[in-house]
Design a protein around this ligand. Structure first.
Ligand code: PRP
Ligand code: MN
Ligand code: MG
Length: 173
């Protein structure tokens, strides 16, 4: 089965915006080391591209969470499937996500991670769908605010497909 994907944000625009975010983060964290946390799997493409554009020292870690719900929306019950390898004690942490939708994944995750003693905790997302928010999440860096459409690409999947598209697309079914 093949869906049609319509381009929502072209590759050049995504890359240009990530460049700006990298510059902004480099400025905000001058003199510090940034510890980026990727929320797998969706966050992986964005984190790698972002990390290349940050000029202060960067370290990276990965975690994987799964939320149990009805399949199309998350339930708010989040389970850690793969935890971080390293401690967050004293680190300037930025959690990197591909999208914040209901906000359930991130509000839960941030609560857990804040208890691990980071010096600071920031949140950076490539896409934000504010219309869908059910949990308040304070986002420090947003690539693009988007309308409530089913988007894929740059890490975002539809049934695990299309994560590798170098642009943001909308699935037309
Ligand atoms: C997606 C997306 C975010 C989360 C956002 O991940 O990558 O992590 O949902 O939704 P929320 O704000 O409503 O919690 P998903 O659970 O699909 O896993 P994946 O990253 O492996 O695709
Ligand atoms: Mn995800
Ligand atoms: Mg997904």
């Amino acid at each position: 089965m093949a869906e049609t994907i319509k381009v929502l944000i072209p590759e050049e625009d995504v890359n240009a915006r990530i460049e700006e975010l990298g510059r902004q983060i480099s400025k905000d964290y001058e003199g510090k080391q940034v510890h980026l946390i990727c929320v797998l799997k969706g966050g992986v493409f964005f984190m790698c591209e972002l990390a290349k554009r940050i000029s202060v020292p960067v370290s990276m870690d990965f975690m994987s969470v799964s939320s149990y719900g009805d399949g199309t929306s998350s339930s708010g019950i989040v389970k850690i499937a793969k935890d971080l390898d390293e401690s967050l004690e004293g680190k300037d942490v930025i959690v990197v996500e591909d999208i914040i939708d209901s906000g359930r994944t991130l509000s839960y995750l941030l609560e857990i991670l804040k208890k691990r003693g980071p010096r600071s905790m920031g949140l950076c997302t490539l896409l934000d769908k504010p219309d869908r928010r059910v949990r308040d999440v304070k986002v420090d860096y947003v690539g693009f605010e988007i309308p409530d459409e089913f988007v894929v690409g740059f890490g975002l999947d539809y049934a695990q497909k299309y994560r590798n598209l170098p642009y943001i697309g909308v699935v037309e079914m």
